[in-house]
Design a binder for this molecule. Structure first.
Ligand code: HEM
Length: 461
């Protein structure tokens, strides 16, 4: 295989390209054109650059040929257009040479909806005799020079002619990328929008996180700080910085962790209800399932903040002041306090459950990294993400229930008839855990397993 000879080491540059190498042409001698040309050469292609000034292009790879546009266009069937859209006009006079050629449009825009039609469609309208294929635009010059890695192995292409797309896909494969056909040229605007999107899978989880943080921040602000100011005239606004933050963070974390596992449970119930796995989930459930990883990682971030905030509790001025004041007043009143074993058990238990929960939480985060998850079999990955994931949720929920302890039953807990934040945040994880418990009871589990293996209710009659 020729493609296996591809190497990035300079040593290989001296090896002559095979005699029967295929020629491709690159228009454009900017970063993108040069990197693409180099990579094509390394993959064993003969490369001809088309340039306005063929004699002054000293930065080009030395094994490439540099010709004027017309001569370059004539020399190859496949032509990569690595030129900004504003300069496409130079192609119009080349219509004759470009007839029947495959033009690959690599261009990108600076912002969305910059032009009324996609760059590739505009190119096709300028050179109607050629076959335009949109592709490779999601790669950067840097990625091209360094060769594909796990994260950017995929390239998208689209175009009208199946043969033209085949030719472009063959080149992509030889360069070490896997090409994904996204359909006709009308999909080009979508491909051109890809590089402009900023963390698309993170958008929904981030919105959820910000929404939850804002909602709980104001809820706790009213319940804790404004309540104390109005009913007792005490200003405890300093608590916003640590106490309030150390409530908002774990609350949001626990809710987002349950949001991570809720769609899976809902999907199982849907399959159980429908009696088959061969029907698509509703779109909202699909989209929700696809952002579970991001939900989980954000939740881990909030749990991490909670742990950091908890670690600094003993060095807080307020905490040290309170504890000294208590000791002094005990001495002054010549009183002692009894050691309460139950409280010791309760305190140690909820802290220990929190620590165990956090430990597993971190494990879940690590196994969601592509380099780690790629090294796991599907069985191992689903064991960690599903079994250990639900165990994490259980531990964190138990941590919070134990933290609440007997406060659930005390009426003084419910200031202004509202429950504390941690009680509100327990609703969702408790529901998820209960539903999960139902799903793992033997008779339900048996049916689910049969459905997942392809069995359909009513199909065997
Ligand atoms: C509350 C410790 C991990 C959820 C607390 C509190 C402490 C604590 C000391 C009481 C805070 C206060 O008095 O204001 C720890 C430790 C952890 C840990 C040491 C691990 C190293 C977690 C994890 C979660 C979690 C992983 C899950 C998301 C909560 C919740 C509360 C809480 C919801 C109640 C917050 C409130 O007061 O409204 N934790 N925790 N904790 N923790 Fe943790």
């Amino acid at each position: 295989e020729k493609s296996e000879c591809v190497s990035l080491s300079p040593m290989r540059e001296a090896v002559p390209a095979p005699l029967e190498y295929e020629r491709v042409c690159v228009f454009g001698t900017g970063d993108m054109g040069r990197s693409l040309g180099l990579r094509l050469l390394q993959a064993g292609y003969g490369v001809v650059f088309g340039s306005r000034r063929p004699h002054s292009s000293s930065l080009l790879p030395h094994r490439a040929q540099v010709l004027g546009h017309a001569a370059a266009a004539q020399s190859a069937h496949l032509i990569f257009i690595a030129v900004q859209r504003e300069h496409y006009d130079f192609l119009v006079p080349l219509a004759n040479q470009l007839k029947g050629k495959v033009l690959v449009d690599l261009s990108n825009n600076l912002r969305k909806n910059q032009y009324p039609e996609a760059n590739a469609e505009y190119l096709q309208s300028l050179v109607p005799g050629a076959e335009v294929v949109k592709g490779f635009n999601t790669l950067s010059a840097w990625a091209l020079q360094n060769g594909p890695s796990d994260a950017n192995r995929q390239v998208y292409i689209c175009g009208e002619s199946a043969e033209a797309k085949q030719a472009v896909m063959a080149v992509a494969t030889k360069l070490g990328f896997s090409a994904l056909d996204r359909g006709s040229l009308s999909a080009a605007w979508e491909l051109e929008d890809f590089p402009l999107q900023l963390f698309p899978q993170w958008r929904l989880p981030l919105r959820i996180a910000i929404g939850l943080c804002a909602a709980f921040f104001f809820y706790l602000l009213i319940r804790d700080i404004i309540y104390s100011y109005i009913t007792q005239g005490k200003d405890i606004s300093f608590r916003i910085m640590v106490s309030l933050a150390n409530k908002v963070c774990p609350i949001v974390s626990l809710i987002m962790l349950s949001l991570c596992y809720l769609p899976g449970v809902l999907a199982s119930f849907l399959q159980l209800y429908r009696g088959t796995k061969y029907r698509r989930f509703p779109d909202w459930l699909d989209r929700w399932m696809l952002c579970r990883k991001q939900l989980g990682l954000l939740a881990l971030g909030f749990a991490f903040l909670h742990v950091l905030y908890t670690l600094i509790i003993p060095i807080r001025y307020y905490v040290r002041f309170k504890s000294t004041e208590r000791t002094v007043s005990l001495i002054r009143e010549n009183r002692t306090t009894e050691f309460d074993t139950t409280m010791a058990w309760r305190g140690d238990s909820y802290l220990s459950l929190g620590i165990l929960g956090f430990g597993l939480y971190v494990l879940l985060g690590i196994t969601s990294l592509p380099s780690v998850s790629n090294a796991l079999s599907w069985r191992e990955f689903s064991f960690v993400q599903s079994k250990l994931g639900h165990l994490t949720l259980l531990l964190c929920t138990a941590h919070t229930y134990l933290y609440g302890w007997n406060k659930f039953l005390r009426s003084s807990t419910y200031k202004w008839y509202t429950p504390p934040g941690y009680m509100l945040c327990l609703v969702l994880p408790s529901v998820v855990l209960l539903l999960k418990l139902l799903l793992i009871t033997p008779c339900v589990d048996r049916t689910i397993t049969r459905i997942r293996q392809g069995w359909e209710r009513g199909a065997d009659q």
